[in-house]
Design a protein around this ligand. Structure first.
Ligand code: PLP
Length: 392
């Protein structure tokens, strides 16, 4: 063929992180077939779906097998029953989001990656380290991001640039993956104020909202005037264990417009053209996760992961190791000892203690020398990892 391809793909750093990790673990296992390896590297849930969601999915699947209740293409923006349930979720957080402002999708990753379709050329601001999808999806369409570095000094919660710049698209993930750090009301308000003053848009990723226990914002719409400068993307993945079931949503408030164009209208057009909706049984399962009984079941699973997170953070605390996360997040983000790089620490943990984590280098330059452990493993494996680590 002689077609022109998208040359921007050549600018994306190949992310070998998880294949590098797998290769190192496999090599170690070959040499040590008896080794009992504990995996605290995954960002995927391990507990099964909450029972109310399973029941709802079963009932909806049966409906699909009966002529009178069969449904074809779902509405592009989600069934009303789910948009209304998500709107009630926002009401429970003291915010006012109308069902028509909610766009249901097959997960937060798709929306975060696809939102670039409706943006023109702007400055892009992204805190570092962070979930790599924001940087990569901008690079794919030829846009380059300015990274705002997190560090131990700012608790991995970088603040807006001191100098007010041009209007920008700003990505914020709170609670953050990988650092587990979460903005308080003042920190998030500083970003909203910056966006309002500069005419910028914030894309707020609330995928880990359900892990919040402290008095910090669950949604950006708890900050005054955020509904005039922010889109929020969220997910059933971590809240209800939907990583394999696939459902999420994006909120675009009616008041969000740029130079007189409604942002929601662009997104609606984009979705109607390129997306054909989420299956009926999955949307029923998502709706069930937001019922009183569903929320209770989801929070039981989250409580299980939280206990793992506090086991890990207690261990680090008692050893005086700097870390963020562990509270309000399934991630614990620690400084590697003795100035080691994330990869050096990875090898040490694997070879001496049989523990697999994720080197911070995989999440951006500012992640160098840090390491992510996750609370998504079993309680037994996490306790055993803590026992082994206490010898470190
Ligand atoms: N946002 C963040 C910060 C994540 O860490 C992840 C997945 O790990 C996602 C979004 C993706 O969510 P979903 O499963 O809904 O696509």
């Amino acid at each position: 063929m002689r077609i022109n391809i998208n040359e921007n793909f050549g600018k994306i750093k190949q992310n070998y992180l998880f294949s590098d990790i797998a290769a190192r673990v496999n090599a170690y296992k070959e040499k040590n077939p008896e080794a009992d390896i504990i995996r605290l590297g995954i960002g995927d849930v391990t507990l099964p779906l909450p029972a109310p969601s399973v029941r709802a999915m079963e009932a909806a699947s049966k409906e699909m097998g009966v002529k009178d209740t069969f449904r074809g293409y779902p509405p592009e923006y989600g069934y009303d029953f789910l948009r209304e349930a998500i709107s009630r979720h926002y009401a429970s957080l003291g915010t006012d989001i109308k069902p028509s402002e909610v766009f249901v999708s097959d997960g937060a990753k798709s929306d975060l990656g696809n939102l670039v379709d409706i943006m023109g050329d702007n400055e892009i601001i992204i805190p570092d380290p962070v979930y790599p999808v924001y940087v990569d999806s901008n690079l794919m369409c030829g846009r380059k991001a300015t990274l705002v570095p997190g560090s131990a000094d700012n608790g991995f919660l970088p603040m807006p640039p001191g100098k007010k710049g041009d209007p920008a698209v700003i990505y914020i993930c709170s609670p953050n993956n990988p650092t587990g750090a979460v903005y308080g009301f003042d920190g998030l308000k500083a970003w909203v104020d910056y966006a309002l003053e500069t005419g910028s848009l914030i894309i707020f990723d609330a995928a880990y909202e359900a892990f919040i226990t402290e008095d910090v914002p669950h949604t950006i719409y708890q900050i005054p005037c955020a509904d005039t400068c922010a889109i929020e993307v969220s997910s059933f993945s971590k809240f209800a264990g939907f990583t394999g079931t696939r459902c999420g949503w994006t909120v675009i408030p009616d008041g969000l417009e740029s130079n007189g164009t409604k942002i929601a209208a662009l997104w609606a057009r984009r979705q109607a053209t390129k997306f054909n909706g989420v299956s009926y049984p999955v949307q029923r399962a998502a709706e069930a996760a937001l019922t009183e009984e569903g929320v209770k079941a989801c929070m039981e699973n989250i409580a299980y992961y939280r206990k793992n997170a506090s086991m890990l953070s207690e261990l680090l605390k008692s050893n005086g190791i700097f870390f963020t996360g562990g509270v309000n997040s399934p991630y614990v983000w620690l400084k590697c000892p003795n100035g080691m790089s994330g990869w050096e620490f990875f090898d040490l943990l694997l070879e001496k203690y049989g523990i697999v984590g994720t080197p911070g280098e995989g999440f951006g330059e500012a992640g160098s020398g840090f390491f992510r452990l996750t609370a998504f493993g079993s309680a037994e494996a996490t306790a055993e990892a803590c026992r082994r680590l206490s010898a470190l």
